[in-house]
Design a protein around this ligand. Sequence first.
Ligand SMILES: [Zn+2]
Length: 205
Amino acid sequence: MYSKEIDLLINLLSSLQGIGPRSARRIALQLIAKKNTLMMPLGEMITDVAKLIEKCKICGNYDSKNPCSICTNEKRDENIICIVEEVSDLWALERGRLYQGVYHVLGGTLDAIRGISPEKLNIDYLFKKVREKKINEIILATSLTTAGQTTAHYIVSKFKGIDIKITRLARGLPAGGELDYLDEATLSQALYERISVNKEMDTKA
Ligand SMILES: [Zn+2]
């Protein structure tokens, strides 16, 4: 039905998360119809981004600078690390424009069923950073999904006995919701009113 090239384009588009074959066909048609005004510039932009963007070696953010512009910004407090699951969560927090610390992107959550063990996440490097630098506080901003909470518990357990302030985002976030779906004000509020995990642990003990 389609030429080999169009077929390939549709296949590539439908490999994107959230885009099924029907959407892929529609997008392909739109692109072809707007060849000069949309398809060509998009193609060039994709090539540029692919060439220029790297994963930050310190925090895991994506940027054309490595270390990224957050890690190299002198105004940011590098002694406060906010731990997030994905770069999308980092972007969500940055949209709030309130947070002045730095980040650590885990690259996912622990999940025994899917075989995601601590080694598969960027966790060891987090401990290394905390040990080597004078980190005052880590903020757990993992999602309230079961996997997100399991990951947060694991991190807290690993920091047992280490003198560091551990906080988590305040309640008020929808359970099971990912940070990216929240509006900036809610997210900034949850960050501003963050709760001490150390205290919670002491009460339980
Ligand atoms: Zn960075």
